[in-house]
Design a protein around this ligand. Structure first.
Ligand SMILES: [Cu+2]
Length: 134
């Protein structure tokens, strides 16, 4: 039976993942970091409560905070984005911490990360590994 291509279209995404990248890490690293801008396109606040990826054993939301010149990382249980707003994950601030890559990853590799929020459908984004520019 022929049917128009759009009859089973996925719902409109409510998160827009912009400028996303995973920082390439030295070979053998058990932890990597991802940075991006996450925009909430919906009319509701969104709380992202977990992250999943086939490329890593687990993912946590972290924030680097400088205390007396020393960088410390704290874990956030979730990332809240008010309706229509965006949140920036950047080096030296909030980031996703990616644990135990399933295989060595280098610049150019792509990894899918799924964002799971409380009141929206899960949404996935393909994110490219890049060499950090210092
Ligand atoms: Cu971290």
């Amino acid at each position: 039976m022929a049917s128009p291509a759009n009859t089973t279209a996925d719902p409109e995404p409510v998160l827009k993942i912009e400028d996303a990248w995973i920082a390439e890490a030295p070979p053998g690293s058990k932890v990597m970091a991802a940075y991006m801008n996450i925009r909430n396109l919906s009319a509701d606040d969104i709380e992202i409560v977990s992250f999943e990826s086939p490329g890593y054993s687990s993912i946590e939301a972290h924030e680097t905070v400088y205390q007396n010149g020393i960088a410390r990382m704290f874990r956030h249980k979730s990332i809240k984005i008010p309706a229509g707003a965006s949140i920036r994950l950047a080096r030296g601030g909030k980031h996703l911490m990616l644990f135990n890559p399933n295989k060595p990853l280098q610049a150019g590799d792509k990894v899918m990360i799924t964002f799971i929020s409380r009141n929206q459908l899960p949404q996935s984004s393909i994110i490219t590994v890049k060499r950090p520019a210092f």
